[in-house]
Design a protein around this ligand. Structure first.
Ligand code: C2E
Ligand code: MG
Ligand code: MG
Length: 711
């Protein structure tokens, strides 16, 4: 993605500004130093020139002096002619003129005047005096050398004075130069300090500005991130984004644009939510009363059923219809009718709990869904009755509408149900039936749907509760029914469960096994049966005649399908010390056919332990030969329904014959159950079945009564 230009600017601007300012200041400082340096160096050059000139004067005057001495000596000795002396005079005068001009220039120069005004004047005066005496001396040289010598001495006197002035000027200029140097050094060091200070200050400023800018930018990024997560997380209809709104107002660049886009996005979400909310309202709510409609009620009903399946709670549906509502509508008009409906809705909602649903089904018909009524049917019914009474009470309050007072009553139908419901429509239909019953019974009342059904439901539920406690209370017993061979010799037994109920007496497994399956109680119960049977096998193991007996144990589908069923059986065998080969597990066709592959695997694991299998109630299911071939079975057990009619019904006889033939073909044992007569046994034997179980040989009995039948 292209870097944001304003972001770049935002970061570069302060840096550029600070660097620019620092450069300007440094440039200013350096050029002022440079100026000062130029002035100082010009002055220095002037001073040096003066010093050099001053040195030149002494040298030049020295030359003049030398010429003068030569001329004087020549004059005294008379070795020089008058013409020669004159020429020398002229040369000296010329030299002095040149020198005089330079001295004047020097004395008039601003540098010297500036250094010392008096010295400049003194220098010039002394030179003029010197010049005067030298000229006078050379003038009289040819005439009187001694006078010339006296003048010369005078001139030398002035030359000395001149030298004093010139050396003073040199000293002053040297001092000034020193001072200037010191000043320059000082200036340099102060500029240095200033530049350093400015640099440090600029750096600090740069840091501060960069920090501020970075902080500002990161704060905005955070605001954007926060806004995005608010947009994704919030379920509210309105999503306030104050930071983004402020950013949109204040920022122009990319941040402003991002903020604008976020706000547009937010607005789109809000619009969509609103539209969804409206669509939802239209689809699931009654526009007049704002109560859920039938559709939503059915959905909640479905959900309630799922919940009660998990938690085993009961659910109730009430159907409520206002009595004589048509009359209100006809006599007072639809406006009042609508107001009554709205007020009724308000009162119903007020009379019920949080988790309950009040719906308007149409017209003056309402439905109420009550959940979480607990597992106890009696308590649930009492609770529902209590709510129905409360509803009747709140509706009995007068309706004050437009100065009018109206009295409204309702007829209520109630149905109570659990997850074993056949169809979702049933509760509504049942509640409606009960509601009509309430109308028939004089209105302003409530009725339960089919009291007999309610009673049955209650009975079933209480039985389940009792079954739950049966094991702890030692009410479960294992009966045994013998299995015999063709010579009536006992070679095995089937363990059959009994529930010895204090009031109901001996309850048949046909009654309570399905209940135990539904509630899952079959798992601990089945485990107990297996344990009891295996302990019995172990008890017989040391008995010479009974050691060879096997016990067949019925295993229910739910029990067999437990992940750890094989481990459970192995554990029971180990705990009891029973011989696995004496344990036979009876499975039904439906158990086996549900998931054939898994069943085969599980059966093979158990067979590896030595356990054997019998297919119970064989012939009633849909086992095909194909499956049968693959199942690791040991025995087929012909269902008693075929045995019962084997004589009278030729179809049954053929079925039995086929089963026996099939078992032989597959190399399986075959046993017939429900054998009650010798005739039945004879026919079975004729067809090749040599094992039998039935009342003819012995009924299922408790262990104590079984003894005489055993070898
Ligand atoms: P089942 O396994 O088919 O058991 C045979 C049923 O036939 C037993 O009924 C037995 O009493 C009955 N019976 C035996 N001989 C005759 C006869 O000659 N004539 C007639 N009319 N009936 C005979 P019971 O004991 O009432 O058991 C019913 C069913 O309950 C069993 O059918 C079995 O499916 C189930 N059951 C019994 N005990 C257990 C158990 O411990 N666990 C499981 N999961 N189910 C069991
Ligand atoms: Mg059985
Ligand atoms: Mg059976």
């Amino acid at each position: 993605m292209r870097a944001s230009r304003s972001l770049q600017l935002l970061l570069l601007l302060p840096v550029t500004l600070v660097v620019l300012a620092a450069l300007l200041v440094i440039y200013g400082a350096l050029s002022s130093v440079r100026q000062q340096f130029d002035v100082a160096s010009a002055a220095q050059t002037g001073d040096l020139q003066v010093i050099e000139d001053a040195a030149g004067f002494s040298r030049d005057i020295g030359l003049i002096q030398k010429r003068m001495s030569v001329a004087l000596e020549g004059a005294f000795a008379g070795s020089l002619t008058e013409l020669q002396l004159y020429r020398m005079h002229t040369t000296i005068v010329n030299d002095l003129d040149g020198l005089g001009q330079r001295v004047r220039r020097l004395a008039d120069s601003e540098l010297v005047l500036d250094a010392n005004h008096n010295s400049a004047r003194g220098l010039q005066e002394e030179f003029e005096a010197y010049r005067h005496f030298v000229i006078m001396s050379t003038d009289v040289l040819a005439v009187d050398p001694s006078v010339a010598s006296a003048f010369m001495e005078q001139a030398q006197e002035h030359f000395r004075e001149f030298s004093i002035f010139s050396s003073r000027i040199v000293a002053l200029l040297a001092k000034r130069s020193q001072e200037r140097n010191a000043l320059q050094t000082e200036t340099f060091s102060s500029v240095h300090t200033r530049v350093l200070g400015i640099g440090l200050f600029g750096l600090a400023l740069l840091f501060a500005l960069t920090y501020l800018v970075a902080r500002g930018a990161s704060q905005r990024m955070l605001d954007i991130a926060d806004a995005l997560s608010t947009l994704t997380d919030s379920n509210e209809a309105r999503i306030p984004l104050p930071a983004i709104e402020a950013m949109h107002r204040r920022s122009r660049g990319e941040f402003g644009r991002i903020a604008g886009t976020l706000l547009n996005f937010r607005n789109a979400i809000e619009r969509r939510r609103k539209a969804e909310e409206e669509a939802f309202q239209l689809a699931f709510y009654d526009p007049l009363t704002r109560l859920p409609n039938r559709r939503l009620l059915v959905e909640r009903l479905q959900h309630a059923l799922q919940m009660c399946e998990r938690q085993h709670n009961l659910v109730a549906v009430m159907m409520l219809d206002l009595d004589d509502f048509k009359r209100i509508n006809d006599t007072r008009g639809h406006g009042v009718g609508d107001r009554v409906l709205i007020e009724t809705a308000r009162r119903l909602a007020g009379a019920l709990g949080e988790g309950d649903t009040v719906a308007r089904l149409g017209g003056d018909e309402y439905a109420i869904l009550l959940e979480s009524l607990g597992p106890d049917a009696k308590q649930a019914a009492a609770e529902v009755e209590h709510r129905a009474e409360r509803i009747t009470r709140v509706l009995a309050e007068p309706f004050a509408l437009e100065g009018d007072t109206l009295f409204v009553t309702a007829s209520i139908g109630i149905t109570l149900f659990d997850d074993r419901l056949q169809s979702l429509d049933d509760p509504l239909k049942h509640a409606e039936t009960a509601m009509y019953q309430a109308k028939k019974d004089g209105r302003d009342t409530f009725r339960f749907y089919d009291p007999a059904m309610q009673a049955q439901l209650e009975a079933r539920l209480s039985m389940e509760a009792e079954l739950r406690q049966s094991m702890e209370r030692g009410q479960l017993e294992l009966f045994y029914q013998i299995q015999v061979d063709e010579h009536d010799r006992v070679d095995g037994l089937e363990a059959l469960l009994r529930w010895r109920h204090p009031e109901r007496g001996l309850v048949s497994p046909a009654q309570f096994i399905p209940l135990a399956e539904e509630s899952g109680l079959i798992l601990p119960i089945g485990q107990w049966v297996l344990h009891t049977a295996c302990r019995q096998l172990r008890a017989w193991a040391d008995h010479p005649q009974r050691a060879g007996l096997s016990i067949a144990v019925n295993v229910s589908a739910r029990q067999f399908r437990q992940e750890d069923f094989v481990a459970q059986v192995r554990g029971v065998l180990q705990d009891s010390g029973a011989d696995p080969r004496r344990l036979k597990l009876e499975l039904t066709e439906s158990t086996v056919l549900e998931d054939v592959e898994a069943t085969i695997r599980r059966m093979q694991e158990l067979r590896a332990l030595g356990v054997r299998f019998s297919m119970d109630d064989f012939g009633t299911g849909y086992s095909s030969l194909q499956y049968l071939k693959r199942l690791p079975l040991d025995q087929l057990k012909i269902d008693q329904s075929f045995v019962r009619d084997i004589i009278a019904d030729s179809d049954d006889a053929v079925i039995v014959q086929t089963i026996i033939a099939m078992s032989h073909a597959l190399g399986l044992e075959v046993i017939a159950e429900g054998v009650e007569t010798r005739e039945q046994q004879r026919i079975l034997l004729e067809q090749g079945c040599r094992s039998y179980q039935g009342y003819l040989f012995g009924r299922p009995l408790p262990l104590a009564e079984l003894d005489p039948l055993l070898p």
